[in-house]
Design a binder for this molecule. Structure first.
Ligand code: ATP
Length: 361
């Protein structure tokens, strides 16, 4: 574990706007660290296209080693499925990382900001998504791919749900609820149709609930939840669900809150966690100086909170809130990038965030 006042981070800038948003995020993180006395050490690694050009793979061995030596990672987006086919990880370097390092919990908080004209004001919900198995064909096999086409007219997708993955995810969910001071978890499932697999998922939550007696479990079918959530969005605080349902529900919540442009995510395991924005590489705006770094900044704030859960070092918590407040203050002051409806460049937006952090009371 990192020394209490030191954050040791690996940084993988990635493709497209990745280098632009990671640079802005590091500038903001450094400002927050200066205010809170956190000592930062950061090391950059090759990832995505840069890795491929140099080492013929989107995740070179040196990068895997670098990640293994650091508990916290800030990672940019990579092009989806555009790498040459001989790359063993082509199309899914992220899937590889999540599986290899057992980043089993994807944390997706969603908050609406009035400046972004949300469909639902005051939305504040966290979606926790199991990240290592389920309906993702690259994740549920030790060898091979979990989708088959026995004939041209027949396609089969396989979903794997294991007790081990459910248990670690359920424990993480209860611990996260306790850390946020939330006393109810809404477990979203389709046990009625997927009796064995979702039955195992829900049953494991019920079992692990015995270790976390203060937290109530609410079980909701995905269809019921989907129709109720937009009508009564404030009823739910913390949703825990399987991989594909979590992917869909977290994007739905982001859409209702004002779009994925500011949506953060943290991929957490037992010993390491990765901050990564939800959006992609935004190839249409690369190099134009207008990339919006908010989502990666919020994701890095989540990473600082994860460090706090491990070390109980209050400086990590303070740095996280300073970064979040910094972005919110820039938005309130009308300084925002074009994707958010403003006219500011990435540099101006970043400066406004840093200035808000420097001036925070
Ligand atoms: P990919 O193939 O990598 O997923 P994409 O363009 O299909 O890329 P996104 O990268 O999520 O998907 O982009 C969708 C749209 O949102 C694009 O028009 C892009 O410019 C815009 N966008 C996404 N992220 C940002 C950002 N951080 N700042 C500004 N605009 C963004």
């Amino acid at each position: 574990m990192a020394k209490s006042n030191e954050l040791k981070l690996a940084v993988l800038p990635g493709d497209g706007i990745g280098p632009e948003i990671t640079d802005a995020t590091i500038t903001v993180l450094k400002a927050a660290a200066r205010r809170t006395g956190l000592k930062l050490t950061m090391k950059k690694g090759l990832f995505g296209w840069d890795g491929y050009k140099k080492h013929k793979t989107t995740i070179p061995d040196s990068t895997i080693k670098l990640l293994g030596e650091h508990e916290g990672w800030i990672v940019g987006p990579t092009y989806a499925g555009e790498y040459p086919k001989e790359d063993p990880y082509h199309g899914h370097p992220n899937g590889f990382i999540r599986k290899h390092f057992k980043l089993f919990a994807n944390v997706r908080p969603v908050e609406s900001f009035p400046q972004l004209k949300p469909l639902i004001p005051d939305l504040n919900i966290v979606v926790l998504r199991e990240n290592t198995e389920g309906f993702y064909p690259d994740r549920n096999m030790a060898w091979g791919y979990g989708e088959f086409k026995p004939t041209d007219d027949v396609a089969i997708s396989m979903r794997v749900i294991t007790r081990k993955a459910c248990e670690r995810f359920a424990r993480f969910s209860f611990a996260y609820a306790e850390a946020l001071g939330i006393n109810r978890i809404s477990v979203v499932h389709k046990r009625t149709a997927l009796q064995q697999s979702d039955g195992l998922f829900v049953g494991t939550f019920e079992e692990i609930n015995k270790e976390f007696k203060k937290t109530k479990l609410e079980l909701l079918r995905i269809d019921t939840f989907s129709s109720q959530f937009p009508r009564e969005p404030h009823k739910y605080k913390l949703v825990a669900t399987t991989n594909l349902f979590g992917d869909i529900l977290s994007d739905q919540a982001s859409g209702l809150a004002g779009g994925v442009g500011v949506a953060p995510s943290l991929n957490a395991g037992t010993d390491c966690a990765m901050a990564q924005a939800v959006h992609g590489t935004a190839p249409d705006i690369v190099g134009k100086g207008v990339a919006n770094p908010s989502a990666l900044i919020f994701s890095t704030a989540l990473l600082c909170r994860w460090f706090y859960l491990r070390t109980k070092n209050k400086a990590c918590l303070e740095a996280a809130s300073l970064m979040e407040k910094g972005v919110k203050t820039a938005l309130v002051n009308g300084v925002m990038t074009p994707d958010l409806g403003g006219k500011a460049s990435s540099a101006t937006f970043t400066k406004a965030i840093v200035s808000a952090i420097n001036n925070a009371k």
